[in-house]
Design a binder for this molecule. Structure first.
Ligand code: MN
Ligand code: MN
Length: 470
């Protein structure tokens, strides 16, 4: 055997920068620009839904149940989850191609009765309750913006966003100074050093001049809230107010080959899927294409907007109706069973500081393309969706035919930890499902890092999969 033949028998993943054409490299850089805009404009679930709807409308998608006859349809449920589709030429009950990702991200929420005047410090503060798997020490002494909605007693709604514009104030949960941290922090382990009950926000400090009032700072701030947001303290009780990093997504690295920003888990996959769909609108596809953004993934996917919700099944039933097909339970089950889904969620790329938590041969590396993940879970694959070999091979075939850079990777070394996605939830409905998404470093941190090569490859992979006839 000569050397050339010999090499052909080996599997080796490809480095995007090494193998991609100059024009493909340019496209990868260009793709990152609107993606970063999405990260900046869509820092919460509701904002991601609103951003997506605006883009869909630009591309002539119709809200389901509206005007009849459109093949481009979408549905929003409770402002926090959205599904969008392009109807194919073949009956939908023959199966659809879907990319499903989530648009919630770890954050710090205000409690329902958050506001208090702290007598020890003489400041007004807000109590918080974190959401999702955060490392609490990352959220102290960092600029935070307050986003969310307030529903007033009369039912009217206020959209809140404070701290994104340069002239707006930002918020801080102050960390303890190192000089005095010996007992409170340095003697404890990392998980306990920041106590969740001490993640209170320093909210305000002024009072009316010459005020003799009890809780004068709180009283002054409530007046400001009334004036500026037309809300009262009792309106906090039903509000959804979230603290997210106030910083913007930025190019990263000396070569600008990366993106650093908050919420890339999982908005990188959501954006890649959305663009994959919108760039597939020439002609009528054979199979119906669906993109689905779920909520609550970071806390278990339950609730009426999580992937466990009936919403996605109801959406597919509505599509069946719109396509003139039976929308009953049997046909809906048949539709899911005939369908194929990429569970678009991020995975952990090898981190130069902690290579030991990965088994490199089976881990995702930056710059080597979108990461397929046959199974997630922990220990002995507990809780996993183990994608079937036939489907895994089919997805690889679709990617190879489209020239997509891809790699196979598991989430960390065996028994090192683990994690899950919504893959198993959709697989429970009978569809073929595999996890497929971008590798990140520093996942769940305020500054998640991704490679522009991998972001672009994720988009190319989703685009090819959605349009596949196979
Ligand atoms: Mn995720
Ligand atoms: Mn996550």
């Amino acid at each position: 055997m000569n050397k050339k033949q010999d090499k052909k028998l080996f599997y080796q993943r490809k480095n995007f920068w090494k193998e991609a054409t100059p024009s493909t490299i340019n496209k990868a850089f260009a793709f990152a620009e609107p993606y970063m805009d999405f990260l900046n404009q869509a820092k919460t679930v509701r904002e991601a839904v609103a951003y997506t709807e605006a883009l869909l409308k630009e591309h002539k998608f119709q809200s389901i149940g509206g005007k009849k006859g459109s093949r481009r349809l979408y549905q929003i449920f409770r402002g926090k989850t959205i599904a969008m589709a392009v109807l194919g030429s073949e009956p939908l009950s023959e199966g659809f191609n879907m990319v499903a990702s989530h648009i919630d991200a770890p954050r710090v929420d205000l409690k329902q009765n958050p506001f208090y005047e702290d007598s020890s410090s003489g400041m007004a503060c807000m109590r918080t309750h974190y959401y999702g798997g955060i490392k609490k020490y990352q959220w102290v002494s960092t600029p935070l913006a307050l986003h969310g909605i307030v529903i007033r007693a009369d039912g009217s709604k206020i959209d809140v966003s404070i701290g994104e514009k340069d002239d707006e104030p930002v918020f801080i949960i102050p960390d303890l100074l190192p000089h005095l941290a010996r007992k409170e922090q340095y003697s404890k382990n990392l998980a306990e050093a920041i106590d969740a009950s001490r993640m209170n926000l320093v909210f305000s400090g002024m009072m009316e001049p010459a005020s003799e009032e009890k809780e004068a700072i709180k009283a002054y701030t409530l007046q400001l809230l009334k004036k500026q947001l037309k809300m009262e303290e009792s309106d906090f009780i039903s509000a959804e107010l979230e603290l997210v990093p106030a910083t913007k997504a930025r190019h990263s690295g000396f070569d600008s080959s990366m993106v650093v920003g908050y919420g890339q888990d999982d908005r990188v996959c959501a954006y890649a899927a959305l663009r994959g769909l919108l760039d597939n609108l020439d002609g009528i596809p054979k199979r119906t294409m669906i993109v689905y953004f779920s909520d609550k993934e970071e806390v278990g996917s339950q609730g009426n907007t999580g992937a466990h919700s009936v919403f996605i099944q109801d959406f597919v039933a509505a599509l069946l109706r719109a396509n003139g097909e039976a929308d009953g339970s049997a046909n809906l089950r048949k539709t899911f069973i005939n369908s194929q889904i990429l569970s678009g969620d991020v995975t952990a790329a090898v981190d130069p500081n902690y290579p030991g938590v990965h088994e490199r041969q089976n881990a995702v590396l930056f710059n080597h393309g979108v990461g397929l993940c046959k199974f997630t879970g922990s220990g002995g694959k507990a809780g996993c969706n183990d994608a079937n070999a036939e489907f895994t091979a089919k997805v690889i075939r679709i990617f190879n035919q489209a020239g997509v850079f891809w790699q196979m990777g598991e989430l960390g070394k065996v028994d090192e930890g683990g994690g899950g996605t919504i893959a198993y939830i959709l697989a429970n409905l009978g569809a073929e499902v595999i996890d497929c998404g971008t590798g990140l470093m520093g996942m769940h941190s305020l500054y998640e890092l991704s490679s522009k090569a991998d972001i672009y490859s994720t988009y190319c992979g989703y685009k090819a999969f959605l349009a596949s006839d196979e």
